[in-house]
Design a protein around this ligand. Sequence first.
Ligand code: COS
Length: 384
Amino acid sequence: MNTDLPFFEDVHRQLASDLQAWCAANLPEGEPDDVDEACRDLVAVLGKSGWLRYAVPSEGGGTLDKLDSRALCLIRETLAYHAGLADFAFAMQGLGSGAITLYGTDELKQRYLPKVAAGEWIAAFALSEPEAGSDVAAMTTSATLDGDEYVLNGTKTWISNGGIADFYTVFARSEPTSGAKGISAFIVPANTAGLTIAERIEVIAPHPLATLQFDNCRVPVSNRLGAAGEGFKVAMQTLDIFRASVAAAALGFARRALAEALNRAKQRQLFGQSLADFQMTQAKLADMATAIEGAALLTYQAAWLRDVKGVITTREAAMAKMSATESAQQVIDAAVQIFGGLGVKRGEIVERLYREIRSLRIYEGATEVQKLIIARSLLKESNR
Ligand code: COS
């Protein structure tokens, strides 16, 4: 991590150094046997230690006045460097409660955010559907108004924390329209009648993931986040914040891969010299470090623009996410190559990173979606 960049203030430098020390002392290496239990424990310990207080604003028990993009990014970069599952646990508390922070009534903020910050309630974000992933506006889950309740029916899938969450931020079509218009956002407590876990999904870098089924699941109108029909905007604005933090997590993985590769290159002897003595290795290391620093600049620029300039950073966050996740994949692949056979052996850090980085190029908007967002923004600007 490079906190000498001009994007940071003292509060960020202190945060990064405190968290770095905490991670080294508290986060276990390796992958747990039971990811559900590990995630619950991680949320609890991140809450008790105060780190989750950066996932919500001060009005909801947070440390800083508002969601601070630079703090979110620094925390994710640091956690990802040490343990991907800890990064996941932190990120989901933020993403799962982000729409409450942005659009919740005072009552909802007071009910949910302090519990999220304390690590007492686990949050989740339920947007994707089997036929509506990248094209999220194609969603068909319905929310029908019935008196002072909405009745939800449909399926959500690829839901992180599905199965262990205490509540879900759910997006569903509440108006008889198609496309991005007519979607609304709701908080649905996990124990609501009619909400079931239809399937748990196993992935290459294990974390809690599930398909949710809504069958006549009733939530009060007061659980709606934002106005009726405004849900697409609620989702996109939440993603605008957290996409930059995905870039930061990728940076953390990539920095760890480079550190591991440097150690390995110095230690490994072959053909009468160390692996690091070969120019071919040096070229790899140079490319890895340069890619990392480039991605860091884009990531923290996006965060700084949002925090300090107060501008809408949809395009910058998309650039950061695309660049950092794609380059981290290359960096980690190079680290695996430097490790040789050991690089694909289960239990090796670079092997774990190789599996962990892959989904970051897909979730919260695949690279192809980020390209669409960037190009559309450029074209719109050039028409002005
Ligand atoms: N902030 C605020 N409003 C936004 C917005 C943003 N970041 N992005 C779009 N909108 C608004 C648009 O301005 C438009 O409003 P108007 O109709 O009033 O002009 C409306 O939302 C629809 O936007 P758009 O036409 O761009 O929607 P599309 O259906 O073409 O979809 C993409 C746009 C592809 C960008 C969107 O579907 C997307 O992000 N997909 C990926 C979803 C994702 O990240 N899934 C992962 C889930 S979490 S793991």
